[in-house]
Design a protein around this ligand. Structure first.
Ligand code: CUA
Length: 404
């Protein structure tokens, strides 16, 4: 009896936790709050299958309870055996046909949508009826980050892709090492990324501007859960501006300050064999063209100088276990690391950054623009801290608050 109670309590606790956690959805990372055509279609399927399951559950439970009450053993009838219905044609037919109908109701839209998700060949048509050029991005999954090349545009980046709103962007995906899975829950379903040479293709589309959080959805090693990336949806005009700015980078630009110049030299001696600035083929480490514009460091950490220092100093050994940088042969002292950081922070070729997407869903720790009521809270907290410059340092300030 006691064992049962413990088990019952454990099940109840798990149920309550599941209910609470399922409420954690955020619009930048939730299949239940779709912000793109693909995710909206998936939500329809989720709702459809849930309704069918609930229907089956309710009907079965109703019949079950009815039968228990109606046919329970009555006093004085202990030896009574009710009429047996084994082999009843009517019943057998009924419970064969009903599931078939339910499965058909599920299968037809599921198959339809599966084909729609895989359709990368039908070009989109503009409102004027013209065929739009397809924007293709070559995606390479690597332990534990993502490499992106915009086909025909001569733009390379990693960790964060920019896409225009209301337009499909097509992905051709492959892996360099093990199987990963590319998933941006709030705008599209997931797709495996295979190392075997076959490219999987799909499209992404975001209805509104926003920074959408992407996850690797296939266990791929010790830092699988840290293999995050972002899809930054900006207006079509901003997207074009971003592409042009990125195209303009050669990697040979000289930074303004002497410290950053020193950092650039150190970078060229120690980092260039694995990383690149400017359009580049797929290298061992992430492309850094717009490094300073990134919303997150290594996909998951707040972009602060402290985190960046720790990353370079420890080669991310503890921050992202199993990452290849651990084997990098460089040995830099504190001053050199700071110089490299100063150089890296000059890598900001465009005014189009994750903040350009702030008309929409935004995941940055600074949510004040989007959620005015939270701004008051943040202000109260900052008064307790030292006075901080409003615009420029709000990010850092919020980061500090987060850490506290
Ligand atoms: Cu890559 Cu999990």
């Amino acid at each position: 009896m006691k064992g049962w109670m413990t088990r019952f309590k454990a099940v109840m606790a798990l149920t309550v936790m599941a209910l609470i956690l399922s409420g954690c959805g955020e619009p930048f990372l939730s299949t239940l709050q779709p912000r793109g055509e693909g995710a909206a279609m998936l939500l329809e399927l989720i709702i459809l299958s849930t309704v069918i399951m609930l229907f089956v559950f309710v009907v079965v439970m109703a019949i079950y309870i009815y039968v228990i009450i109606k046919f329970r053993q009555k006093k004085g009838q202990e030896d009574f055996i009710p009429k047996q219905t084994e082999g009843s044609h009517a019943l057998e037919t009924l419970w064969t046909v009903i599931p078939i109908i339910l499965l058909l109701i599920l299968a037809v839209p599921t198959v339809q949508y599966t084909f729609a998700f895989a359709d990368v060949n039908t070009p989109e048509v503009s409102e004027e009826g013209e065929e739009l050029d397809q924007i293709w991005i070559d995606v390479t999954g690597k332990q534990y980050w993502w490499h992106f090349e915009y086909e025909g545009l001569d733009v390379t980046t990693s960790q964060e892709i920019y896409i225009p709103t209301d337009r499909r962007v097509y992905l051709s995906m492959i892996s360099d090492d093990v199987i990963h899975s590319f998933w941006v829950p709030s705008i599209q379903g997931k797709m495996d990324v295979n190392p075997t040479g076959n490219r999987n293709e799909m499209w992404l589309q975001a209805d509104e501007e926003g920074v959408y959080w992407g996850k690797c959805a296939e266990l791929c090693g010790p830092s699988h859960s840290l293999m995050d990336f972002k899809v930054i949806a900006v207006s079509p005009g901003e997207f074009e501006e971003w592409v042009e700015d990125m195209q303009g980078v050669t990697g040979e630009e000289e930074p303004e300050t002497a410290t950053a110049q020193a950092g650039q030299e150190i970078y060229e001696e120690n980092c260039l064999s694995c990383h690149a600035v400017g359009s580049s083929p797929n290298k061992v480490g992430p492309n850094l063209t717009n490094f300073a514009d990134r919303d997150k460091l290594a996909g998951v950490f707040d972009m602060t100088e402290e985190n960046l220092f720790e990353w370079i100093d420890t080669k991310g050994e503890e921050m992202k276990p199993g990452n290849l940088m651990v084997d990098a042969p460089y040995d830099l002292n504190e001053e050199e690391i700071n110089q490299v950081i100063e150089y890296l922070m000059t890598l900001s070729p465009s005014d189009v950054t994750p903040e350009s997407a702030d008309n929409g869903v935004y995941i940055d720790s600074d949510l004040s623009d989007l959620f005015p009521e939270e701004e008051e809270d943040a202000d109260e907290e900052s008064e307790e801290d030292d006075e901080v410059d409003e615009d420029e340092e709000t990010d850092e300030e919020t980061d500090e608050n987060d850490e506290e």
